[in-house]
Ligand binder design. Structure first.
Ligand code: ATP
Ligand code: MG
Length: 224
């Protein structure tokens, strides 16, 4: 079994009395070091898929296995702990807490489960890695969109996750910054963390080792 495995995952939603599968029987296996990218049109089910994978949204059918554990059989507390410890998540859109500095935002996942020891050094290194250490004491509202995304990436990495899930982490960024962030993801993958991202077609060219697209809830592998 893969380190992270989606098995026949489906999510049904209802709209206007009609039931539809936003995600339709998706299976995917992810190993350490994988860099997997998913493209697809707006509304095709990408965020729904990532949210189920991250333990944030209960599937209608199917399972998510993380290191051999079926995560939706775990209790709320266990699932939160697993997510906090093993899965870094960069949500779509702005997700920083506005009353905290960039530095404190990055540290929050560390303190959620009352960890001992010093996180400050690691937070600073991550901010340097994503290129915004000069903004450590700024507040989110003083940042550009790209800077906020980079802060969210640093935050997702603070607990040294086994898997990093990112939902359009480069949406609305310029080409150069996008390439920089893709290189950063590549490096992280090479260091052994698996990467699963939703992104635009061209962004992962030269980077992702497995690419898929979502088409009306179906995950379709790209063939070279
Ligand atoms: N809570 C909900 N209730 C009903 N329908 C929903 C719900 N959440 C999402 N949907 C619908 O499910 C489909 C998939 O949504 P999802 O957010 O996964 O798409 P996406 O591929 O991430 O789109 P985008 O690229 O715009 O972010 C869409 O048709 C959306 O309207
Ligand atoms: Mg989305």
């Amino acid at each position: 079994m893969g380190m992270f495995e989606l098995r026949e995952l489906s999510k049904e939603y209802k709209r206007g009395g009609r039931v539809f599968n936003a995600v339709n029987r998706v299976s995917l296996s992810v190993e350490p070091g994988d860099f997997i990218s998913v493209t697809g049109r707006s509304g095709s089910g990408k965020t729904t898929l990532l949210n189920m994978g991250a333990g944030l949204l209960t599937p209608t059918r199917g399972s998510v296995f993380f290191e051999g554990k079926d995560i939706y059989t775990l209790g709320d507390k266990e699932i939160s702990f697993l997510r906090n410890e093993k899965i870094g998540y960069v949500p779509q859109g702005q997700s920083l807490l506005s009353n905290f500095t960039v530095f404190d935002n990055v540290c929050i996942p560390w303190f959620l489960f009352k960890r001992e020891g010093h996180v400050e050094g690691r937070a600073f290194i991550l901010l340097e890695k994503v290129g915004i250490s000069h903004l450590a004491s700024s507040y989110p509202k003083e940042l550009s969109g790209g800077e906020m995304r980079r802060a969210a990436i640093a935050r997702a990495l603070i607990n040294n996750p086994r898997l990093l899930i990112a939902d359009e982490p480069t949406g609305d960024l310029d080409v150069e910054t996008t390439a920089e962030i893709m290189r950063l993801f590549s490096r992280i993958a090479q260091e052994g963390t698996a990467i699963l991202i939703v992104t635009h077609e061209l962004d992962t060219l030269d980077h992702g080792n497995k690419t898929y697209s979502m088409d009306a809830g179906n995950l379709v592998p790209h063939t070279a």
